[in-house]
Design a protein around this ligand. Sequence first.
Ligand SMILES: O=C(O)C(=O)C[C@]1(C(=O)O)C=C[C@@H](O)C=C1
Length: 91
Amino acid sequence: MTELDKYRKEIDEIDQELTTLFEKRLETVLKVGEYKKTHDLPILDSSREEAVIQKNTERLNNKAYEQELSDFYKALMTITKETQQKLMTEE
Ligand SMILES: O=C(O)C(=O)C[C@]1(C(=O)O)C=C[C@@H](O)C=C1
């Protein structure tokens, strides 16, 4: 096995955990979406998004990744808002 193969195997294992966590987060986001739909609340909550990003960048061991993690959460929350939007337009 080359070094590249080893790194890719490691990435595959990390991705397996990420996928499990992504699915879990998305399922919870859908529950939030149902709540918002029932209570007629907007999907976007900018202050909550800022808090999510701040809390998680503070959790970083290596602060050099702050921008990357912030971009990651922004992309993630773009997806979660789209998923909630689909729920809102359902019957
Ligand atoms: O906390 C909420 O209100 C959510 O809908 C979840 C979430 C997220 O993915 O974390 C998604 C959209 C909002 O703008 C803020 C946060």
